[in-house]
Design a protein around this ligand. Structure first.
Ligand code: OOG
Ligand code: NI
Length: 457
């Protein structure tokens, strides 16, 4: 008997991302409104910029322009993270980067599960920013024990999802029927549950320790807390939110608008207050509410080298030392102006970024390139080798902290004094995370050696 052909991991990821989007639009109607804003903005930008439209068409990106780029979840235990790694691997999503949010007063550390190759990213770009709660950061020992006991008892995956993961690992893939069933089963883990796992009294204690702890510990599973489509004009989309009755985050996180965009710009609408029933000992329920879920948009630019990133971090820190955006948006214009001023120190020209080794590029051989043994710089100067930006596909800890913060009620952030613990995170994960700089640097190096090989062939 021949084995049925396996479904490609890109296909499973695309099905999962689309099922998640459907579910979230039903669960969080404001997210549907955000998608409309993004679609309208993108349509306008494309009609005003035929060159952009053509280039997106050429890269086969136009039909998938409004597909979600990422979502985020927060897990409670090492066991959950470990299983989540196995689930995402089946969808071609692997842990890239380590983010310590403790430095920003948020008791989690995180990675992004994402496709890593160019082909996989263009087949479907969906990634999940995944955080693990650091319970050791709860000071009250009794509360810490109570929280761990609750987490130890919950099972966030269905029995069938776990069985299917074993099947995929044993067989090396899924048949179409198994893949369909897998998507349906795994979706359950990300679903919202309006019945809490803990009493309202416990919820309040967890909430007082840190709002995020209450969000992770009090529920049956790690509800998806936001999804993020791509906008071609984030400034316009931000301005359109209030016009559509959506309450936008005060400022756009990340760099200011630039001719040559760098890294990642993102903004969100504020989390909604949702009805939750908290169980009492006598079996009755206490109806209260919880705010957790929101919608976000993003616009990406070029990946920076460690040198470029250090410059970015320095400028951002300098700006924020003089002005920190307030939650109510009262100093938003002043902050954006200071940001633009600060970033004048960051070259806004691709060739300068290349020459100063601030960013990563993908090299290609021009038609009719010469083969006269010139240096790489000479080949670039005479147009034999062309260079295009490598898109940044990861996240930014300061921006992520801003997104977390705006959805945790914007209480002033206290720094949590703790040692960053990548080793501990990787132990829980069951593997190491890919270093994003190594990854981008390899993309650049491979593209250059392909050019040189072709020239010298
Ligand atoms: C994750 C926030 C981080 C981003 O886009 O930087 C994030 C969370 O709120 O759980 O998604
Ligand atoms: Ni996000």
């Amino acid at each position: 008997m021949t084995k049925p052909p396996f479904v490609h991991s890109d296909t499973i990821r695309a099905a999962f991302s689309s099922a998640m989007s459907q579910m979230y639009q039903t669960e969080v109607p404001a997210y549907g409104a955000l998608q409309t804003i993004v679609a309208e903005t993108n349509e306008r930008v494309l009609s005003e910029d035929p060159a952009l439209k053509e280039s997106l068409e050429g890269n086969n990106e136009l039909d998938r322009i409004s597909d979600e780029r990422h979502g985020a979840i927060r897990l409670g235990t090492a066991t959950e993270l470990n299983m989540m790694r196995r689930v995402f691997a089946i969808m071609g999503m692997f842990p890239v980067g380590y983010y310590d949010l403790g430095v920003a007063g948020i008791p989690v550390h995180s990675t992004a599960f994402r496709p890593t190759t160019h082909d996989a990213l263009s087949a479907n770009p969906f990634r999940v920013f995944t955080s693990l709660l650091r319970l050791e950061l709860i000071n009250d020992a009794k509360l810490r024990d109570e929280a761990s006991a609750v987490l130890a008892k919950r099972q966030i995956f269905t029995d069938r999802a776990i069985a299917l993961v074993d099947i995929a690992e044993a067989n090396g893939g899924f048949t179409q029927t198994e893949a369909d069933e897998f998507v349906t089963e795994v979706l359950e883990t990300f679903r919202w549950h309006s019945d809490a796992l803990v009493s309202f009294e416990t919820y309040e204690k967890l909430h007082d320790a840190h709002r995020l702890i209450a969000d992770v510990v009090s529920f049956h599973g790690p509800h998806i807390n936001h999804l993020t489509p791509r906008t071609l004009d984030i400034d316009a989309s931000q301005d359109a939110m209030p016009e559509h009755g959506i309450s936008a985050k005060a400022v756009i996180e990340g760099p200011p608008p630039r001719r040559c965009p760098i890294l990642l710009r993102q903004t969100s609408f504020k989390a909604l207050e949702e009805d939750v029933n908290f169980p009492n000992k006598d079996g009755s329920m206490t109806p209260r509410s919880h705010t957790a879920r929101f919608g976000e948009i993003e616009q990406r630019g070029i990946a920076l080298t460690p040198k470029g990133r250090a410059l970015y971090d320095q400028i951002l820190a300098d700006v924020r030392a003089t002005i920190t955006p307030t939650a109510d948006g009262s100093n938003a214009d002043a902050y954006m102006a200071a940001l633009s001023k600060g970033f004048e120190a960051f070259p806004d020209d691709w060739r300068m970024m290349l020459d100063q080794e601030l960013a990563y590029f993908q090299f290609s051989l021009a038609h009719g390139a010469k083969t006269n043994g010139s240096s790489v710089t000479e080949l670039i100067n005479d147009g034999s080798i062309t260079f295009d930006p490598v898109v940044y596909e990861d996240f930014l800890p300061v921006s992520a902290a801003g997104i977390f913060q705006s959805n945790l009620g914007d209480k002033a952030a206290e720094t949590i004094k703790t040692v960053s613990s990548q080793d501990q995170f990787e132990d829980a994960l069951g593997t190491t995370v890919l270093n994003e700089f190594d990854h981008y640097s390899a993309i650049q190096a491979t593209s250059l050696s392909r050019c040189m090989d072709a020239l010298n062939a």
